[in-house]
Ligand binder design. Structure first.
Ligand SMILES: *Cc1c(COP(=O)(O)O)cnc(C)c1O
Length: 353
């Protein structure tokens, strides 16, 4: 008896097209040059799988990663090895600062308490922490308020003179919702950088923009741009199309037929919360018999219209590939493509080709 005879039918898969990923990286990098691409890999690299994505990005020469939390930063260091800059900007406390130090992460600091903790941990270990100070440019999401900026610079100056930290970056995050708000944020950012330079800091890396502003507005690129979505081929909901941007989705989710009835075919999408149930009657899947409407979505299955020759074990494409993209689906229920992607259960295998 062969091994294959015992193989369970394959469940849902998230397939990542690495050639498309490489092409997106190239498109993004040529668009933002000479600014550096910092590839944002939060949420398990937007659900594409951290290990596969970081490995592929390194092969394409990506030298900077935006890792959100320190646990992700530590994982990126293990995958990427020494060399690339890893920037983390969310931390819960001193143990994490210590982990970041041990894995040579750059730390974003958006308040004096955290900056103080960084200085203390670095002092205890006799090391110099590399810090990017975050100015609050209007989002009010963890950042140093403009009125406190001068004081924080003064404290940072003392710690830098002591050798426990070095301010290597100034950064902020913008809403990318209106050009006027973004321009106001940029003016505050420029003031903050100028103040840091007047205070004697040599700022290596100024970074403000994510995907949308980095693409549309050259003056937002500075030294580096933190980009996730466009590298994964996820365009902004309601924004320019993939053709205009020169990117394409890299993820395709496929799933097997598990039951065929005369009026419906059942597809096992996988695990809880795989797709918002509000997409029922608002999406189609690509089947061997062509596109078929999805009539119902529950925790683990989709019920779709039947096709000639439908059989258990056939595979359908749920999104990506020949079916609608994650962002296409997102737009129908008023959300963003990242939301569709990051709901794909981590239990669904990621495969790369
Ligand atoms: C997620 C994130 C980004 C990347 O945004 P995209 O729109 O996916 O390119 C950049 N900066 C910060 C602070 C983020 O949290």
């Amino acid at each position: 008896m062969t091994e294959a005879a015992h193989e369970a039918p394959q469940g849902a898969l998230l397939e990542v097209d690495l050639a498309a990923f490489a092409a997106n990286l190239a498109a993004v990098r040529s668009r933002v040059a000479p600014a550096e691409l910092m590839l944002v890999v939060k949420d398990d690299a937007y659900a594409q799988g951290l290990t596969g994505i970081v490995t592929a990005a390194r092969e394409q020469g990506v030298d900077a990663f935006g890792a959100f939390d320190i646990a992700t930063g530590v994982a990126v260091r293990r995958i990427a090895g020494n060399g690339p800059r890893i920037f983390t900007w969310v931390s819960a406390g001193r143990a994490e600062i210590d982990a970041a130090r041990a894995h040579d992460s750059d730390l974003g600091a958006g308040d004096l308490a955290f900056l103080t903790a960084i200085a203390e941990v670095a002092g205890e270990h006799g090391v110099t922490a590399r810090v990017h100070l975050k100015i609050d440019t209007g989002l009010h999401r963890n950042g140093i308020r403009p009125e406190d900026w001068a004081d924080v610079l003064e404290r940072a100056r003392a710690w830098q003179d002591e050798g426990v930290l070095r301010i290597v970056g100034v950064w902020s995050h913008i809403a990318e919702a209106s050009d006027a708000d973004d321009d106001a944020a940029r003016a505050l950012f420029d003031d903050a950088v100028a103040a840091a330079e007047r205070a004697g800091f040599e700022i290596e890396v100024r970074h403000l923009a994510a995907s949308a502003a980095a693409f549309a507005r050259p003056e937002f690129r500075y030294d580096a741009v933190r980009i996730g979505a466009f590298c994964y081929g996820v365009r902004s909901a309601g924004g320019p199309g993939e053709g205009v941007l020169g990117i394409r989705p890299i993820a395709r989710v496929t799933a097997p037929v598990v039951r065929v009835d005369t009026d419906a075919v059942t597809v096992a999408f996988g695990f809880l919360d795989g797709l918002p149930s509000t997409l029922a009657e608002a999406m189609a899947v690509a089947t061997p018999g062509g596109e078929r409407a999805v009539r119902a979505i529950d925790a683990a299955t989709l019920r779709v219209d039947p096709w000639e020759g439908a059989a258990v074990g056939q595979r359908v494409t749920v999104f990506g590939g020949d079916a609608a993209s994650a962002t296409d689906l997102a737009e129908r229920i008023d959300t963003v493509g990242e939301e569709i992607l990051t709901r794909v259960s981590p239990l669904i295998p990621r495969v790369y080709h």
